[in-house]
Structure formats: structure tokens, C-alpha cells
Design a protein around this ligand. Sequence first.
Ligand code: HMG
Ligand code: MG
Length: 303
Amino acid sequence: MVFPKQVRLVEMSPRDGLQNEPGDVIATEVKTGLIERLADCGLTHIEAASFVSPKWVPQMADAAEVMASIKRKAGVRYSALTPNIKGLERALAAGANEVAVFGAASESFTQKNINCSIAESLKRFMPVIEHARQHGVSVRGYVSTVMGCPYEGDIAPEKVATVAKTLYDMGCYEISLGDTIGVGTPLKAKRMLEAVTKDIPVEHLAAHFHDTYGQALANLYAVMEEGLAVIDASVAGLGGCPYAKGASGNVATEDVVYLLNGLGIESGIDLNKLVATGHWICQQLKRHNGSKTGLALRGRGCL
Ligand code: HMG
Ligand code: MG
């Protein structure tokens, strides 16, 4: 067992958390309010927006306004999704500190999500990665459906490893492994990681686990045992993917911090402030808080 001493959390709620929120388009001020509160909790990497087609994802149509109106905190990276050159140009103009391309290990999911094949997606990402790096902006790479696909079912770990290695070789500094529909279990997570780490050092990998089946914390524990030390999470467990029907949000950031605290792993996050932020955003969105830690601490009158 080689748990990391420290874990870096990448906060997903402003992007993954809000992209699929039903109902009216969320006000830009609510998005920026959330981002500023998250930075105040000690989060140093926040995925703030997504420069995708507004026709595909209307909740992210104001990405440029969000980026422009955040009061930025020193030492915090504000990143954004960029599926193509058009997205990259918009993100660079808006001052994104980092961008991310997003592919998948499943053909059907890639087609539904970004309207092309895996091979075409990788070809499309090449100039995005090159151009971003020429501008001194680092690029993260996502691989979705790493433990199962809503259209194809099981996904072989080798397929995940192939897409992850291609993105890494193309210049992505970190590959985030997405259990998009939250179907993974700990042994599956370990086997998937084992396949990916044949080609990519674990220091360059992140876990992006959705919590549909309540397995995300167990899966995180399993991959941390293998030395993985970057975790994507979303305050109050907000979110879901518009092209993965029925998938619930990312694992709740509050729950991850509680787990890390219990294991003596540093994250630099103020849990009380984080719980307050989770309650604040749930009130704004009039939705249920998906963090058990959030509910427990609030219930005990800790805040
Ligand atoms: P397409 O229709 O094939 O693209 O969509 P196109 O190049 O033919 O363009 C069609 C129209 O979109 C054109 O406008 C373009 O200008 C416009 P029109 O001429 O019709 O008026 N367009 C854009 N507008 C603004 N920004 C852009 C952009 N690109 C084209 N960047 C495309 C291809 C990739 C654009 C589309 O499929 C898309 O936007 N998909 C977004 C999907 C998405 O955001 N999914 C959720 C994020 S991924 C996720 O959640 C998974 C993750 O969390 C990990 C995990 O959990 O596994 C990361
Ligand atoms: Mg996701």
C-alpha cells in the first residue's frame, strides 16, 4: 500500500457539475460566485467552463463571460474544455490558464459526445494541443468511458490504455480517466489503471469518477493504493454528462476531502468552507445536495 502523502483536487463543478443542469440557463453571476467560493476553499485547479458548441451544451454558452468576470485568485488555475480549434481560440481569448481535450475509449460514446470517431477525434485534437502549447498553455486529456459505456457496455482496459497513450504522446501533460457513468468497482478500477500505467507514469494520471452506483470513493481508494494522486471531484456531487443518460455527478468533493483527512492525506482544502459552498450552490440551483459529508456536517450544526 503506497498511498500518496498529498492529493491534488481538480474541481469540476462549474463545468461538469453545471453543463447538464436542467431548466433555465444558470446565471453567469451564479457560476462566477461558485468559482470564487471554490478558490476560497483552497482549490487550486478549477475547471471553470467549456468552449463547446452552445447548440450542443446550452448551459456553457456564456463560457467567455464566466472567464472574463471571475475575480481571479493568485495560484489558481482556471481551465476549460476545448473540443476543437474554434473552442481553443475562444478559450485563449478568454484567458483560460489551461485547456483540455476530451476523447473516449468507446466509439459510440465518442460519436454521441463529439460527433466523430475516435480516430477523427485524435486527429482533431492534434492541432489543438500544438496550438495551445505554442501559446504556453498546458493541455489536459480526458478519456471517457474507462470502466463502461452507456452504449457498448464493458470496455477493455487495453482500449483505454491505447487512447490514453496517444493523448499523452501528443503532448497532454495529464490524462484524466473518466468513469463517465459511474459503473466501475475497485478491482475493475485497479485493472484499468494497471493497463494504463504500462505506458504512462501514474504521476501523470488523474481519476475522474462519477458516482452513479455509489462506488466512486471505493474506486478512488483503490487507485490511490496504486499511487494515483490527482482526483477530479464536484462540490455537492453536482453534474452528469449530457451524452450519458442517467449518469449522476462526479464524486462529491466534500466526501473526497473527508476521506483524505481520515487517511492523513493532505489536500489543502478547508472542509467547512467547502461544505458551506456546496449548500450555497444547491440553494441557488434549488437542488438536492449530493454530498453525504455535506449533509452530515450541516446536520450536526457544524456550520
Ligand atoms: P459538430 O456539429 O460536428 O461541429 O460538433 P461542426 O464543426 O460541424 O460545427 C457545427 C456548429 O457548431 C457550427 O455552427 C460551428 O461554428 C459550431 P453553425 O455554423 O451551425 O452556426 N461550433 C462551435 N461553436 C462554439 N464553440 C465551439 C464550436 N465548435 C463548433 N468550440 C462539437 C462537434 C465537438 C463542436 C460538438 O459535438 C460539441 O460541442 N460537443 C460538446 C460535447 C460536450 O460538451 N460534452 C460534455 C463534455 S465531455 C464530458 O462531460 C466527459 C468528461 O467529464 C469526462 C467523463 O466524465 O468521462 C470530460
Ligand atoms: Mg465527467
